[in-house]
Design a protein. Structure first.
Lengths: 134, 482
């Protein structure tokens, strides 16, 4: 199953994310974001960081999850390549993020935005759309 | 979807979508554009976004879009929205994630022709010497106390540390620092993110450019600004880096709760806001001012670094370089300004996202040496084409809350731009035109000239509409991208 694809957007990065369940959706969203920042497939899961975020609803939770990872990426100079969801509810997410010191980072993502944000249930699971400011 | 038949033509280059077009609009929406630019705007969702912006509480007169309008998130890029201080809202989305993304332009005493033999060496030195901050920090590490000083003093902090002069501050919007700044309104996360990014350029459409003045349209104003034909100039385009991005993220979250608390109905979640006169509104104003100040400090530092590198490379060959700052302007910011509305003086909060202030002659907020002519308005183009120096007009006050365009504006998505040409091809094509480009391949592909609107058309609309007047046109000799 495809994990994500890039959509056309005049100025920013618009992605469509897929997942068989919500957990996989959040994992694939994080992977997709780092895929657009760095050569993520060259990154090894040597270091780990536990991440806990909350949100008013699953969409906000998605934005907060991605923005928290961006914050860690910039402040810890790390790229994350793999993620394990430890606990997930509509308003709270606890996860482990694996990665290593930044290398082969080729762009800066400013933030995950609320623009055109949606999470929908489909026959194959879930699909989300999200726009990042780059 | 909006189309042209829903609009009425107010003037040669001015269109209006009336308030009645949608039930939730509080004011009309106006767009400055020629026919081609309007058609381009109707291809993506920029006009719809402008209409959404017209739904914010407390708006005065109309919301506006400049001719470089393109789709953003929340308001379109190129959007101007002015609110009354008593009943209006402040919106982080109407400022943008890159708070005080802006640009500065330096003039010099040297002819571009004298610099030409050294351009490759100069661009290599600038590329090497100015950190982009992509994937790693810069060379300046700020302690907690220093960070708070940067946030409250802006470019003034940089000058106090020896990175420039008071003259630089005179020629910076707001003297390089907004008074409303309060470092306690900025989260520790934002401060941490910004702690090792001062002095870095950033990526995307940020750049440093060496250019040449090719046309002068207004000799009196050009002379007042120290500009002449054939002169070498230097542009710097950068913003508030991760600190600004985090401030926006933090306050978009805080204002999502505020929207419910104050019963504000929004057609787009990214338009979150809070009443200006509320704790949440005042906090964002204070934090936004801090981020703006960080960006001004950053551009001051980048300028200092660039001036040092130019002196190192050109100094042995050319004397009296005389690189001095013409002006620095912000193009993602909200400002408290006095404007006259229906004959009444009002204090308004003017949001400009991808738009710039353009005060006309006589404005007391301008430095003394520009007060008789008007504010320099800086309009950088994209990598391969022209940039402009304009001057603000008195007319713009009544027409656009003294606002003008900020650049060329994109027409093509980054994905489509990369499909159209690879970074190497873009670099080669520009080199064939004599423009030396340094930067990452992906960035070059995404920022290729074909991804942008025609700057000459955009500036023509602004000039013909009386928002700002053409003073000089410049073309690039070399560009570095983050």
């Amino acid at each position: 199953m495809k994990r994500f694809e890039q959509l056309d957007h005049t100025a920013d990065l618009a992605l469509r994310i897929y997942g068989q369940d919500m957990g996989e959706l959040y994992v694939n969203a994080a992977y997709a974001m780092f895929h657009h920042l760095a050569a993520v497939d060259d990154v090894r899961p040597l270091l780990r960081e536990q991440v806990c975020v909350e949100g008013a609803d699953p969409e906000s939770l998605l934005v907060n999850w991605l923005n928290e990872l961006l914050y860690l990426h910039e402040t810890e100079t790390r790229v994350y390549c793999a993620f394990d969801i430890l606990a997930l509810s509509p308003q709270r997410l606890q996860a482990m993020a694996y990665g290593e010191e930044s290398h082969a980072v080729h762009t800066i993502i400013k933030a995950a935005t609320y623009h055109d944000l949606s999470i929908r249930h489909t026959d194959q699971g879930y699909v989300a759309s999200i726009v990042f400011d780059v | 979807m909006v189309n042209k038949k829903d609009m009425r033509r107010v003037d040669r280059y001015l269109w209006e979508i009336p308030r009645g077009y949608r039930h939730d609009m509080r004011v009309p929406a106006r767009i400055y554009a020629d026919d081609a630019l309007l058609e381009a705007a109707l291809q993506d969702r920029s006009v719809e976004q402008l209409i959404n912006t017209a739904c914010l509480p407390g708006l005065v007169k109309y919301v506006l879009a400049m001719p470089d309008i393109h789709q953003g998130y929340g308001p379109p890029i190129g959007g101007v929205a002015a609110m009354g201080m008593d009943d209006g809202v402040i919106s982080p989305g109407a400022v943008g994630y890159d708070i005080n993304c802006g640009v500065r332009l330096l003039r010099s005493n040297v002819e571009a022709a004298q610099v030409k033999p050294f351009v490759t060496e100069l661009m290599d030195a600038l590329h090497y010497g100015i950190p982009s901050g992509v994937g790693r920090g810069g060379d300046i590490r700020l302690s907690g106390r220093d960070m708070d000083k940067v946030l409250e003093r802006g470019a003034g902090w940089a000058v106090s540390k020896g990175y420039g002069t008071d003259q630089d501050l005179q020629h910076t919007e707001e003297h390089g620092a907004l008074d409303a700044a309060d470092a306690s309104a900025v989260s520790s996360k934002a401060k941490k993110r910004g702690s090792n990014q001062l002095g870095t350029l950033g990526a995307g459409n940020h750049f440093v450019e060496i250019g040449k003045v090719v046309d002068v349209y207004d000799e009196t104003v050009a002379q007042q600004m120290g500009v002449w034909p054939g002169q070498m100039v230097l542009w710097i385009h950068s913003g508030s880096r991760g600190l600004g991005h985090q401030v926006c993220t933090d306050y978009v979250n805080a204002h999502r709760r505020a929207v419910d608390k104050y019963g504000i109905h929004l057609p787009d979640r990214q338009l979150v806001c809070a009443p200006i006169d509320s704790p949440e509104g005042r906090q964002y104003m204070a934090a936004m001012a801090c981020a703006a100040n960080y960006a001004w400090a950053n551009r001051q530092l980048l300028m200092h670094r660039a001036r040092t590198i130019v002196a190192d490379v050109l100094g042995p060959h050319l004397k009296q370089l005389g690189l001095t700052l013409i002006y620095d302007i912000a193009h993602n910011i909200a400002k408290a300004e006095q404007h006259t509305v229906e004959g009444r003086k009002m204090q308004l909060l003017v949001h400009r996202k991808g738009a710039t202030r353009a005060f006309g002659p006589g404005n007391p907020r301008l430095p003394e040496d520009y007060r008789t002519v008007g504010q320099p308005v800086l309009v950088p183009g994209d990598m391969g084409t022209a940039s402009y120096l304009l001057v603000g007009t008195s007319e713009a006050a009544a027409k656009s809350f003294s606002s003008s365009c900020h650049g060329a504006g994109r027409v093509m998505s980054r994905k489509a731009a990369k499909r159209k040409a690879r970074g190497e091809e873009v670099q080669r094509s520009l080199q064939e035109q004599g423009i030396i480009v340094r930067g990452p391949w992906r960035g070059l592909a995404e920022e290729a000239p074909h991804a942008y609107k025609d700057i000459d058309r955009v500036v023509n609309v602004v000039h013909e509409s009386g928002l700002a007047r053409r003073v000089a046109r410049m073309v690039p000799m070399g560009v570095i991208k983050g």
